[in-house]
Design a protein around this ligand. Structure first.
Ligand code: GCU
Length: 428
């Protein structure tokens, strides 16, 4: 391949794309944004087992079809993750009963993973409503820029792990100027005021978000020690982040301020994909929320609307297992589509949120995927409540929740308002 001039537009674009520098979703040219041009497609049958058995009841789903769908997602999409490790320790490194102007109790916990030079320290920030008498339900979230960016609270520890450059970050090191810089995305006050705990973890503490050949972060702590020996079904970064969320839940199970049986897992964009995979692979999560998760998250891949499988595998080769690359430009050959991922949360409540301006993530494809999961909810006697995509800013809250809001790719107070109402219905 001829090297491009370092200052040419395409070279800069390639740099942004290949290093994953950009977290903000634009609408790259050359992709499909016209609904009338979506080619006909056929979704894999959620209710037909690999041996042809029809799934006619909840027992067959739970005992037979669900395990095989889960295995297909592991082997073909996200990769297989290790079990809960033995080398896992929790240390409360900081706490205060008087946080957030006195309304919350703050705990900061280090989750220690692995041994030796590459051992990891994952920092979990937890706020508990101070007024609560009994253990409360809560939201476990995963953030892009460090726990200190979710709220201006000056006591939040600043990460020392890799962080994306840009937005005031140089040399991949977080700094105090970032305090509270992402607070618009995290309705911490509203969450505490409604009587929920709020917990968050920085994804870079678990695995850095660039293609490092799986040399850093969580992967080298587990076999295969030599990345060259990886199999096409081995876990990649999304599975790593999701696995990290399960380790956070392991800690929350030991925290008596919180009821770990009533924890919602939530993430945005690539971390919305992560939240869906965390909810699918760990049934301890009581409720699952995907915010603008798009391709490889809630959106149906077979629609090829906005981001495609080939594009995501090319821009972010470290997100999915190597087998997923088989489906570049061959979405129809994949034995799963993303409605089956949502169905893996059943019968637990699941929420899919879209934004009308976020066409790269295919809002309609996100809705159709939620709708496509409904047959499994019906086996358990639950309904979605929508049969076609609801109008903008008109949420539907059945056992499956969905809204498409005004605005762009982001997490807003409006989104949190819906998640809180939905959680009130299902977790209280
Ligand atoms: C890119 C990527 C999306 C992803 C988003 C994000 O736009 O193409 O798949 O969801 O980044 O995580 O912000």
């Amino acid at each position: 391949m001829k090297p491009c001039h370092p200052l040419s537009f395409s070279c800069l674009l390639a740099l942004v794309v290949f290093t994953g520098l950009s977290e903000v979703t634009a609408q790259p040219k050359g992709y499909l944004y016209d609904e009338s041009k979506v080619a006909p497609y056929e979704l894999p049958d959620l209710l037909k087992c690999l041996d042809g058995t029809k799934v006619a009841n909840a027992e067959t789903w739970t005992g037979k079809r669900r395990p095989e769908v889960l295995r297909l997602f592991e082997d073909e999409v996200y990769g297989r993750s290790p079990a809960k490790p033995k080398a896992l320790r929790f240390e409360v490194v900081e706490e205060s009963p008087d946080a957030l102007s006195g309304k919350a109790h703050r705990r900061q916990v280090v989750i220690r993973l692995g041994k030796g030079k590459k051992a990891l320290s994952v920092n979990l920030l937890v706020y508990l409503p101070r007024k609560a008498k009994a253990p409360v339900p809560g939201f476990l979230t995963i953030n892009f820029m460090g726990n200190h960016t979710v709220n201006p609270d000056p006591a939040i520890l600043i990460p020392t792990s890799w962080i994306r450059n840009g937005n005031g970050i140089k040399d991949n090191k977080a700094n105090a100027a970032g305090r509270g810089s992402r607070s618009s995305r995290w309705a911490v006050d509203a969450i505490i005021d409604r009587g929920y705990a709020f917990a968050t973890v920085y994804y870079g503490d678990i695995d850095p978000d660039f293609h490092d050949g799986y040399e850093n972060g969580i992967h080298p702590l587990f076999p295969p020690a030599d990345p060259k020996k990886r199999k096409p079904t081995d876990w990649a970064s999304i599975a790593g982040w999701a696995w990290g969320l399960s380790r956070c839940l392991d800690y929350l199970e030991t925290d008596d301020g919180l009821d770990a049986k009533r924890v919602a897992v939530m993430g945005h964009s690539r971390l919305g994909k992560t939240a869906l995979w965390a909810g699918a692979s760990d049934e301890r999560f009581a409720l699952v929320i995907s915010n603008n998760s798009g391709c490889g998250g809630a959106a149906l891949s077979r629609r090829r609307f906005g981001e495609t499988v080939k594009r995501i595998n090319t821009s972010f080769p470290h997100w999915f297992c190597d087998n997923y690359k088989k489906y570049n430009d061959k979405e129809d050959e994949c034995p799963v589509d993303q409605h089956m991922l949502i169905a893996l949360s059943a019968p637990r409540p699941v929420y899919v949120a879209s934004a009308v301006g976020d066409r790269w993530a295919d809002p309609k494809g996100e809705f159709l995927s939620a709708l496509g999961a409904e047959p499994v909810y019906k086996l358990f006697g639950y309904a979605f409540g929508a049969s076609s995509q609801p109008p903008v800013d008109q949420p539907v809250h059945g056992r499956i929740g969905y809204h498409v809001r005004t605005g762009k790719h982001d997490v807003t107070a409006y989104d949190w308002g819906q998640y809180l109402d939905f959680a009130d219905k299902h977790l209280k």
